[in-house]
Design a binder for this molecule. Sequence first.
Ligand SMILES: C[S@@+](CC[C@H](N)C(=O)[O-])C[C@H]1O[C@@H](n2cnc3c(N)ncnc32)[C@H](O)[C@@H]1O
Length: 199
Amino acid sequence: MADTKTDNSAVDLKVKVREWVLDRLAVPPSELSVLDLYCGQQGEMYQRVWSKAGHYLGVDKNRPHRLAKTMRASAEMAVQELDLSLFNCFDVDCYDSPWAVARRILRRCGHGRFGLVLTEGTARSLKSGDCNEVIRATLGLGALSNLTLMIRFNDVVTRLMLASLVSLPRVRLECAIEGVVRKQNVIKYLGLVVDKAAR
Ligand SMILES: C[S@@+](CC[C@H](N)C(=O)[O-])C[C@H]1O[C@@H](n2cnc3c(N)ncnc32)[C@H](O)[C@@H]1O
């Protein structure tokens, strides 16, 4: 069967993870400022969750929805160029590996508590023997050319990548939740509340 990319294959689970993060973050809607980095053409997460935020910016490299303020750009470029201190909630609802973008967010965001939601679909690329550079670098797999067998250790890869993410300087993980869909590929929906100390 073809390996198709579906935008919202587990919408209810994705909504629950986001609502869990919002409950723990516990900021009034007027103070909630969301950067929705893979906002999609339908803006499903905007419609279901983020529309309650006082401030919102959606980013998508293809066709961002038009339900609120959005821009057409890659997430990689957005997290490099935007002033991330303006946001206290980040949504990384990508198709495969969220780690490079998540690491950039944690390095460049302001201090204080914030929410981070990740869609972890690295299994797709691990399955094809591919493995993105940030995973190779973080896990010290640079010298291995064929990573096909890593699919067996997908859950371990996720744990190690998450541990490394929240070990970045001044970062502390307050709490986290994981929702998992095991279909053709394993997709994990991670919700984190993170506290970043001031310099
Ligand atoms: C799973 S869908 C997102 C669904 C969306 N969060 C929603 O609530 O409807 C993934 C989206 O990522 C976009 N996309 C893919 N690669 C991207 C990139 N490098 N930067 C930004 N958007 C990207 C696709 O156009 C697609 O809309």
